[in-house]
Design a protein around this ligand. Structure first.
Ligand code: C2E
Ligand code: MG
Ligand code: MG
Ligand code: MG
Length: 282
């Protein structure tokens, strides 16, 4: 069930549909209602600490199972929603579910860090910080257990006000992570300015480094740079044992990818966490 909702399995959905304006429009007009109807759900992919090899948290990934079209790729409906200022409701839904899930685990004695993707567009929404504070309060999750993942490009585009919003989020105690790191522009300037406690190395480098020596050097020096600036490093898209071993040697902090588990339902993740053995990636 969960595998069918994962990244690589979307091929049967027409990739040209992004260009298909009428489908895009109808998808947009359906998204908010889809949330209300329960067609949208949240999948979780485990994040594993490379020292202890234990699951320490997860990334929340939005899923939309359309009654006729079947699963729609997150990249597709998220991009459409972002371009049309319709990302707010989806984000509120994902935040509510994922904060609730992490709070439940923590109450049950299992500390858990939750990462949620945040569209850079929402950084211009003045009410954002207050709304996140209310959600944390309502569910009883400490802010330090929440990380918001932002892509380089998104937040750069937002500029001054965006930075201000990130500082407010940091003051609330929420962590900021730079997603898809290495794919955006002005990387050094950005790293210096953005109050992120974590960077996530993009999966293209993680895949490339296994075969390619220069990409491996890039990953190694990125990890060293991030550490020297006091940032923690997550590698995403880690699929193989080989990649995991290379990253461990480079003293990467956290890994995430098919090797830590496909994005899965809450119930599946709860089962993974229920025994010490299944909550480990050796
Ligand atoms: P992302 O945040 O960089 O998420 C990682 C993507 O890589 C996910 O795709 C995940 O399923 C996939 N992935 C994880 N491990 C592996 C692996 O080992 N190999 C490969 N090939 N792929 C892997 P997904 O779920 O389709 O999401 C795509 C993008 O959509 C995300 O990229 C994120 O930018 C966006 N997104 C997803 N959910 C949300 C959301 O709730 N809000 C916002 N704003 N964006 C979201
Ligand atoms: Mg992400
Ligand atoms: Mg990413
Ligand atoms: Mg991405």
């Amino acid at each position: 069930e969960e595998a069918a909702h994962d990244g690589l399995k979307w091929k049967y959905h027409d990739p040209d549909s992004l260009q298909d304006a009428s489908w895009k429009l109808s998808m947009l007009s359906q998204l908010d209602e889809a949330v209300d109807r329960g067609e949208v759900w949240v999948a979780f992919q485990p994040k594993v600490d490379l020292k202890s090899r234990r699951i320490i948290g997860a990334e929340a990934l939005a899923r939309w199972t359309h009654p006729e079209k079947g699963p729609i790729a997150a990249a597709e409906f998220v991009a459409a929603a972002e371009q049309n200022d319709r990302i707010g409701k989806l984000t509120a839904f994902v935040l509510d579910r994922s904060i609730g899930f992490a709070a439940g685990l923590t109450r049950g004695g299992r500390e858990f860090d939750m990462s949620v993707n945040l569209s850079g567009r929402l950084l211009s929404d003045k009410a954002l910080v207050g709304r996140i504070a209310i959600l944390l309060e309502r569910h009883g999750l400490e802010a330090r257990h929440l990380t918001l993942e932002l892509t380089e490009t998104a937040a750069i585009a937002g500029s001054g006000n965006a930075l201000d919003m990130l500082i407010q989020l940091r003051e609330l105690g929420v962590n900021i992570s730079i997603d898809d790191y290495g794919t955006g522009l002005s990387t050094l300037d950005y790293l210096k300015k953005v109050p992120a406690s974590e960077i996530k190395i993009d999966q293209s480098f993680v895949r490339g480094m296994v075969e390619n020596r220069s990409e491996r050097l890039m990953v190694a020096s990125t990890i060293a740079l991030a550490h020297s600036l006091g940032r923690q490093v997550v590698a995403e898209g880690v699929e193989t044992r080989e990649a995991l071993d290379i990253l461990a040697e480079m003293e990467c902090d956290i890994v995430q990818g098919y090797i830590t588990g496909r994005p899965m339902s809450m119930d599946s993740l709860r089962r993974r966490l229920s025994s010490e053995r299944s909550a480990r990636v050796a």
